[in-house]
Design a protein around this ligand. Sequence first.
Ligand code: ADP
Length: 322
Amino acid sequence: MYDVVALGESLIDFTPSGRNELGMPLFSQNPGGAPANVLAMHAKLGGRTAFIGKVGQDDFGLFLQCSMEQAGIDCSGLRKDAHVPTTLAFVHLDEKGDRSFTFYRDPGADLRLRQEEVPEALLTCCRMFHFGSVSLTGEPCRSTTIWAAQQAKKAGALISYDPNYRPFLWEREETAKTVILDALPLVDLLKVSEEEMVLLTGKTDLEQGAAQLLAMGPAAVFVTRGEEGVYFQTPAGSGRVAAFDVQAVDTTGAGDAFLGALLAQIQGRGREALSAMTLSQWQLAARIANAAGGLTTTSKGAIPAMPSAEELREYVQRGTLR
Ligand code: ADP
């Protein structure tokens, strides 16, 4: 039994890395893609994880496979496209460390995943199944993602969802909203950023926005708020937990580390696992997840910046809150 199986995009994040001797910008090649990042954090904390997705049959695809395997992620569900290259994303950072993206994905191998390429055993043998909305931006991957979540749910898995809205990947904001929200009836645990909550609900008030999202299907919703920490509503109640006081350098992967660590605090299988947790367990889980997210902002890249289980445990004890 796997703890978390995730389906979605695996791509290269090229992050800014200074300038060469001629003054030209340099980029570092980092493994990226939110679902794989969530798995990487979860695997670092001792979880058994597997990835389902597609890369190109090229050096970038091989690099992604090696990186995931090195992170302890089972890649038996990773497919390679002989005709379409691995998707690339260039990350641009502003002076506060906030990101914007340029995607090279038209076409990109990640979107070419077909239903018949997904090993069904991975869907029926997991405690939790995770997906996002980058794999919902086009066919055939959109139908494959929804089908896979349905199969996993039928088999009793808890369904986790982080839309990770990327405007550049959608032709129209309205389409994005509709497609993202259409997935909610399948979802047990939802993580959104505050900006995504506002976009999806039209509400700026956390209580109202989260309640509106919960009414569409999920049993628990976590609204992450960068340096402000997180607000959540769960079956046991709601709460706010402050972020840790870190020196942020690059926020890439913070939300994914947050979610990977949050999922690691959930025992059992299926939606019932959420009802079984007390409010104080959720508060501790949110604190640990905040520490994982915060620590991931303190160096460049996503997976390479994620803390080890020991670093995280120690930081949850001694770190100071904002
Ligand atoms: P996303 O990456 O999905 O946009 P956030 O930026 O909200 O998500 O980050 C996820 C979590 O990571 C936050 O809830 C917080 O705990 C932590 N985090 C992110 N940025 C910072 C920061 N500048 N200082 C402290 N913690 C942060």
